[in-house]
Design a binder for this molecule. Structure first.
Ligand code: HEC
Ligand code: HEC
Ligand code: HEC
Ligand code: HEC
Ligand code: HEC
Ligand code: HEC
Length: 306
């Protein structure tokens, strides 16, 4: 496996759970309520062999749901929670045809202190009113992805080759600062908005110019805050040094970076935005965040700071 052991206890549990499944499936395949994993992709040629494209001639529901003989308590899947429902295929040692995706606490997974269902999870930096919130017990892959590829629920972002089953409206009911689900073409599901705009659906305060006021809840008190210029267009950088070319804040133009210029997109062995090697998805930052300047000096040439 490619993840080191700083990942939280959940993946360890998953490794055990998946090993148990992998060992169990071949021997009980005929008696099981699910399709045998080896037939999952082979029998279907649709765009999404597993996700979506369900008709009266396909046999896909049973890849994930067993009508009478389900082995998990979560909506007849093999899992006992939303977090476990995808692991039989996408977890470590899962189905080879499915990309391996595990969340860790530095990405979008829960850390070890977040273990009870009764505690509410908030998306950091979402604006009030109605910041994104969900019970920890129900946090899982389905909050960002629509597992059935429901055509009215998914979006194909600018620059993407497929929808990645991303939800068009991951933070329903929110009045977004930037992300606009109504700009999605209802027949193709395509939009001109990109991944950075989509992230801001739940992290509403993280986008915009540094003089744009946002209201967030800080320690339970609604507070007006401002953030580093962040735009949907990548900040231009010098090819040789990596420094941002225009770091002048005074021209009233937001030429700030996209999320993935500061948060790690290419963190080897990890998958953005699911998991990362450093806290807050920041590449090369240590667990205590005592070297956060590493992020800043990658773009700001310290010798030219005023
Ligand atoms: C790739 C796995 C997968 C396949 C294939 C699949 N499902 Fe699901 N299904 C899930 C998961 C995971 C959930 C729970 C997460 C969610 O609600 O988004 C779910 C939830 C559901 C629910 C509950 C919805 C609700 O309102 O909570 C129904 C009903 C359902 N599936 C029916 C089906 C049917 C019918 C098919 C085949 C036409 C199917 N599913 C195929 C994984 C799958
Ligand atoms: C916070 C939102 C979020 C959550 C939670 C989330 N994902 Fe994703 N996922 C994304 C985004 C965004 C992408 C597209 C990333 C890219 O291509 O740059 C993605 C991409 C993927 C892909 C495609 C990877 C590829 O190689 O093309 C898979 C598979 C996937 N996610 C599965 C999962 C599974 C399984 C879980 C739960 C363990 C999960 N995701 C949880 C946001 C999320
Ligand atoms: C039965 C096996 C199986 C289960 C369970 C399963 N997947 Fe997948 N998934 C696949 C396979 C196979 C692919 C690659 C082929 C395809 O795109 O359909 C895939 C692809 C994906 C992709 C990439 C789509 C793209 O556009 O590139 C995402 C995202 C994804 N799955 C999310 C999920 C989530 C979220 C869950 C749980 C709610 C889940 N999957 C459960 C088998 C599975
Ligand atoms: C469905 C809502 C949702 C979407 C969409 C979403 N996030 Fe998050 N994000 C969350 C939640 C909830 C948490 C808190 C997780 C926790 O506390 O375990 C979080 C945490 C984070 C963190 C902080 C991790 C830490 O430990 O400090 C970062 C950074 C982050 N998200 C970046 C992103 C990026 C980048 C995207 C787009 C690729 C994105 N998020 C999309 C809900 C979302
Ligand atoms: C200029 C670089 C930069 C850009 C651009 C950026 N971030 Fe961040 N982000 C950071 C740094 C650095 C931290 C760690 C802050 C700390 O620990 O005090 C952080 C922390 C976060 C957190 C954790 C909560 C917090 O504020 O500490 C979230 C959530 C987050 N970023 C989301 C996003 C999203 C979503 C985008 C794009 C819309 C984005 N960020 C764009 C640098 C950036
Ligand atoms: C990916 C490149 C990049 C990174 C990393 C980065 N910055 Fe910036 N920063 C910029 C750009 C580009 C601007 C100018 C934005 C504009 O003019 O609209 C800027 C502007 C600023 C400004 C002026 C106010 C503003 O938002 O325009 C401050 C202060 C600043 N950065 C501090 C930081 C700190 C502190 C860090 C580390 C946490 C950091 N930057 C990381 C690219 C970056």
């Amino acid at each position: 496996m490619s993840f080191d052991m700083r990942i939280v206890s959940k993946p360890l549990f998953l490794v055990a759970a998946i090993l148990a499944l992998v060992l169990a499936i071949p021997s009980i395949a005929l008696a099981s309520g699910y399709n045998a994993t080896e037939t999952i992709v082979a029998t279907n040629t649709a765009v999404y062999p597993v996700h979506g494209g369900y008709t009266s001639t396909t046999n896909k529901c049973k890849n994930c749901h067993a009508v009478h003989l389900a082995t998990g308590t979560y909506v007849l899947t093999r899992g006992n929670s939303a977090a476990e429902a995808c692991d039989v295929c996408h977890g470590i040692g899962g189905l080879p045809a499915a990309p391996e995706v595990v969340m860790n606490s530095y990405g979008h997974g829960l850390d070890t202190t977040e273990t009870t269902n009764s505690i509410t999870l908030y998306a950091p930096d979402d604006t009030t009113p109605t910041p994104y919130s969900v019970s920890q017990g129900s946090w899982g892959c389905d909050k960002c992805h629509s597992v059935h590829a429901a055509v009215t629920l998914i979006v194909k972002l600018a620059g993407f080759s497929s929808t990645k089953l991303l939800k068009a409206d991951p933070n329903p009911g929110k009045s977004y600062y930037l992300w606009n689900p109504s700009l999605i073409d209802t027949s193709t599901r395509e939009t001109t908005q990109n991944l950075t705009a989509w992230c801001s659906a739940c992290h509403n305060a993280n986008i915009g110019g540094h003089k744009d006021p946002k209201t967030v809840s800080l320690n339970g008190v609604d507070t007006t805050v401002y953030g580093h210029d962040t735009s949907v267009t990548a900040a231009a950088t010098d090819a040789a040094t990596g420094y941002a070319l225009d770091v002048s804040p005074d021209n009233n133009i937001n030429s700030g970076p996209q999320c993935e210029q500061c948060h790690a997109l290419d963190d080897p062995g990890y998958s953005y935005p699911h998991s990362s090697s450093g806290p807050s998805l920041l590449k090369g930052v240590d667990s205590g965040k005592t070297n956060l300047d590493k992020v800043c000096v990658s773009c700001h040439n310290t010798s030219s700071l005023p």
